[in-house]
Design a binder for this molecule. Structure first.
Ligand SMILES: [Zn+2]
Length: 262
């Protein structure tokens, strides 16, 4: 009788969904590390430094609103008195940059996202790009498989900027794309002249069938959204299963996510 009940229980578990072969110990550990980039409860409070110009805030709000609609993360405008860990949008340093993923540090209440006056071209492009960093994503051209997609002219890269081309490695690198393929149209892809000595070309597209330019998107691509929804387990949003060469999300999740589907 006991055995019968046990078998019944097993078959019930099985009927809830296909079971997938689990990834290696190393892969499951790598995914746990990637998951540490996620914001708890998919909640991302955002504040603006008081010096950040009012007239430029709509770029960030526009990107926040679209991402809130297309994914299950919640990018929310936090009040002055809100004491949760948050993103502080500032403009007091040169350049456009953001801390990677959830980066709570002892004694710090916020993590930076900087947009100076050069970061407002292409409508909300740069705001999207930096928010995707803050949500946990690196540049497309550092993906572990990038050498199959772009040739990097190392001797043309400004040596002080070479780190921008360091590939993600190991199991963490293989899983960082969340099972969706390399994408020239990603908003996380740099243009082919990025970091060139005297503006030299630093990358060349390897797939001849790709037409157009990399690094020119002003909105997140389908793969950007799919990767984000996959990382944050947004089962009710776009997961990119229709993208050629993607691993179906249920399978990817079943193989590599340490936690079962909720
Ligand atoms: Zn970037």
């Amino acid at each position: 009788m006991k055995l019968w009940l046990f078998l019944l229980a097993l078959s019930v578990v099985g009927s809830f969904g296909q079971e997938y072969e689990r990834g290696s110990e190393e892969e499951l550990e790598a995914m746990k590390k990637l998951q540490r980039r996620r914001w708890p409860d998919r909640m991302i409070p955002i504040k603006f430094d008081s010096n950040f110009p009012q007239a430029k805030r709509h770029h960030v709000y526009g990107a926040m609103e679209a991402l809130n609609t297309l994914t299950c993360v919640n990018l929310v405008n936090a009040s002055e008195s809100d004491d949760r860990h948050h993103i502080l949008v500032s403009n007091f340093r040169p350049g456009c940059f953001a801390a990677l993923g959830y980066s709570k540090r002892p004694g710090k209440k916020s993590q930076p996202l900087n947009l100076n006056q050069g970061c407002f071209y292409g409508r909300n492009k740069v705001s999207y790009h930096e928010l995707l960093h803050a949500l946990g994503f690196h540049h497309m051209q550092v993906r572990f498989e990038r050498d199959n997609f772009v040739e990097v002219y190392k001797d043309k890269v400004n040596p002080s900027q070479w780190h921008n081309f360091n590939k993600e490695k190991g199991a963490e690198g293989r899983l960082a794309g969340m099972g969706v393929p390399y994408d020239y149209n990603s908003i996380m892809h740099y243009p082919v002249f990025a970091f060139g000595i005297n503006n030299a070309q630093t990358m060349k597209v390897k797939k001849e069938e790709f037409e157009g330019d990399v690094g020119v998107s002003i909105i997140p691509s389908r793969t950007d959204l799919a990767a984000l929804n996959r990382m944050y387990e947004c089962w009710d949003h776009y997961l990119g299963d229709d993208i050629i060469d993607s691993t179906p999300y249920a399978k990817f999740h079943g193989q590599y996510f340490p936690n079962p589907r909720k």
